[in-house]
Design a protein around this ligand. Structure first.
Ligand code: NAP
Length: 329
């Protein structure tokens, strides 16, 4: 039985990746900043909270990571912990840079010292590319990084540190450059989750309207439970490398809103309001990627269309809403 350590296990990807690795017969050790935060809804919803071992650790404290490695002897580490919100990174730039960069450097250095054979997955992001010239889209692994937010900068720095450890110390480190991927386990401060939960509340007469910022942005959106499988594939292929993971299509946020409201038979024009204060200082207008390297080398065979994605997100959200209401009763 292989042992995997997942940092950021309480997040969207951490929960789905845990479920997937348990199905592959892994022992899963999950790292959280606070065992008493009650932040385990995702793991509970997937019914795996008793299947994983949760450990409290401060990834900014190098000695914590050394102890973790000495205690659990993992075969693989999936480094998912991060302040992952672009919007929040403009409010908390220093905290975002500090956590996202130093935690990654600590993990890499600890593995280099304790056991270089441990394989590491680093969660890089499409936000590292920033506002790419439209004529050059779609983005692939060879593009120059020119991030437009503190979050993007932190991910770019962590990415290059990971690449440097791979090249300098011959370690097995793969970076997944994932484009936006959504699910019912998205945090409430992400726009897709806000749209879905608000639309369902409006449908149930529990809310009057939805407020959104800039809906003209275009993104390459995928389904999180499918995307996490590529993390495992990256660590279980022959050589470590960097991979763009995406659908290859961009859709406007307004289209996302319209489809969700239409599918729920709601009149978006009547119940969706725009709020200038939700606009960001710098916004990526349009971004989408080219997943052909992942298709070729990882057998990445993603087939969920944008319409199917919206259907799945609505179905999951309704199921989650029912589960949550029973759960808190
Ligand atoms: P998420 O839901 O925000 O989860 C991240 C986890 O990191 C949290 O549950 C939190 O767990 C932990 N964490 C540790 N330090 C933190 C800090 N200072 N601030 C906030 N959280 C902190 O993220 P995700 O969507 O699962 O994404 C997983 C990883 O992939 C992240 O590194 C993200 O940046 C990256 N990524 C995500 C996407 C996407 O579309 N979802 C795309 C590209 C890259 P505790 O509170 O339990 O410690």
């Amino acid at each position: 039985m292989k042992t995997a350590v997942i940092t950021g296990i309480t997040g969207q990807d951490g929960a789905y990746l845990s479920k997937f690795l348990l199905e592959q017969n892994y022992k899963v050790i999950g790292i959280t900043r606070n065992l008493h935060s009650g932040n385990f809804l995702g793991l509970k919803y997937l019914n795996i909270n008793n299947e994983v071992e949760l450990v409290e650790a401060n990834l900014l404290d190098f000695s914590n990571i050394i102890r973790l490695l000495e205690k659990y002897h993992p075969d693989e580490i999936y480094n998912l912990a991060a302040q992952s919100s672009v919007g929040l990174s403009f409010e908390q730039p220093i905290g975002t840079l500090e956590f996202n960069i130093i935690s990654t450097a600590n993990i890499l250095e600890a593995v280099r010292i304790i056991n270089k054979k441990i394989k590491i997955y680093q969660s890089s992001s499409s936000e590292m590319y920033g506002n790419v010239d439209r004529s050059k889209l779609p983005i692939d692994e060879t593009f120059i990084l020119h991030p437009s937010s503190p979050y993007g900068i932190s991910k770019a720095a962590a990415h290059w540190i990971a690449v440097n450890y791979r090249e300098a110390y011959d370690m097995f480190i793969s970076c997944g450059i994932l484009f936006n991927h959504e699910s019912v386990l998205r945090r409430p401060n992400f726009v897709t989750k806000k749209i879905l939960t608000s639309a369902i509340k409006i449908k149930n007469s529990e809310l009057d309207y939805l407020t959104v910022g800039n809906t003209s942005i275009r993104r390459d959106w995928g389904y999180a439970p499918e995307y996490v499988k590529t993390m495992w594939k990256m660590l279980n292929s022959d050589i470590p490398d960097d991979y763009v993971i995406c659908t290859g299509e961009a859709h406007e946020l307004q289209e996302f809103v319209d489809k969700v409201f239409k599918k729920l038979k709601l009149d978006a024009k009547r119940v969706v309001k725009r709020d200038q204060s939700l606009f960001r200082p710098v916004e990526l207008d349009v971004i989408y990627g080219n997943p052909s390297k992942a298709r070729r080398k990882l057998n990445w065979n993603y087939k969920i269309s944008f319409d199917e994605l919206i259907d799945k997100l609505i179905e999951d959200e309704i199921r989650y809403d029912e589960w949550f209401k029973k759960f808190i009763r």
